[in-house]
Design a protein around this ligand. Structure first.
Ligand SMILES: N[C@@H](CCC(=O)N[C@@H](CS)C(=O)NCC(=O)O)C(=O)O
Length: 278
């Protein structure tokens, strides 16, 4: 019998989208376990922390293997499952793919998201979710002394995160880092059609979610508006038109009302398990 595949993820999460995209590209069927990381903060629960000690999504469980960190998970998915190969076989191109994945992974997207989200969603993230987080972490730390180290790390990380989004200097730096990375992408696309070379790879998959996030936040024009980045625009149209983009539910704009309602319902009930694929 084939080992089961379960993805612990939150629909709008950028890192979860990377993994869903990899699973869709590889045509892997899996069970999606909804983990609310905004209001119910299910990622802080002791059971989840034992699975993913950083208390973040996504986590992939394949049989006895627990894989955390989206950059590692997408490589695991590509190496483990049949389907189209998403990594170049040639060593230099492989190294190039790894460098682009690492650069994408270092971008401070959560700061950009929390710092830039406008309207009611922005208020919910900064004004409601952030204070809830600290209270819940402190309470769970007291109740679970065996996990004190993991909770301390999360409390410290939360402090850094809140300090960053409250500082205009830091946020300017976050934006500058993003712009500098995108300038490198623009330059690279003058040399080859895809980031690692001639074929679509995990690097393009990871970057797809970054472009989509900037679109969703309504700030893409200042990062890769037409005149600034003509190659990125053409490339993004190409990679976002792959069937996996819709299959994986990559969020590129504020979701349609029915998607928001489904998300809210899942957040209110705190549960949700869906089967994806065959
Ligand atoms: N490097 C990790 C980062 C994971 C991460 O920060 N996930 C975010 C969602 S994209 C999360 O779970 N945030 C909740 C929190 O930090 O409490 C990865 O790529 O998986």
């Amino acid at each position: 019998m084939e080992a089961s595949v379960t993805l612990y993820a939150f629909p709008p999460s950028h890192c979860s989208q990377k993994v869903r995209l990899a699973l869709a590209e590889k045509h892997v069927a899996y069970t999606n376990r909804f983990v609310d990381i905004e209001m119910r903060l299910q990622n802080f629960e002791p059971d989840y922390l034992r699975l993913n000690p950083r208390g973040v999504v996504p986590t992939l469980v394949h049989g006895d293997h627990v894989v955390t960190d989206s950059a590692k998970i997408i490589r695991y998915v590509d190496d483990t499952f049949d389907g189209p190969i998403l990594a170049p076989q040639e060593e230099t191109e492989r190294k190039c793919m790894d460098d682009w994945i690492d650069l994408q992974d270092r971008l401070r997207i959560r700061e950009l998201t929390f710092g830039s989200m406008k309207g009611a969603m922005g208020h919910a993230l900064r004004g409601v979710s952030m204070p809830l987080r600290r209270r819940k972490l402190v309470r769970l730390r007291t109740a679970n002394p065996d996990l004190a180290e993991a909770y301390d790390a999360k409390i410290e990380d939360l402090h850094q995160w809140r300090t960053s989004i409250a500082s205009s200097e830091e946020m300017t730096q976050v934006r500058e880092e993003m712009k500098a990375a995108l300038d490198r992408v623009e330059m690279r696309l003058g040399e080859s059609p895809y980031l690692a070379g001639e074929s679509y790879s995990l690097a393009d998959l990871a970057w797809t979610c970054t472009f989509a996030r900037l679109k969703m936040l309504g700030i893409s024009d200042s990062f890769f508006g037409g005149d600034r980045s003509p190659r990125i625009n053409a490339y993004y149209s190409r990679i976002r038109s792959r069937p996996s983009f819709d299959e994986a539910g990559v969020w590129e704009r504020r979701p349609a009302p029915y998607v928001r309602r489904a998300l809210l319902k899942a957040m209110l009930t705190g549960s949700g398990e869906t089967r994806v694929g065959a």
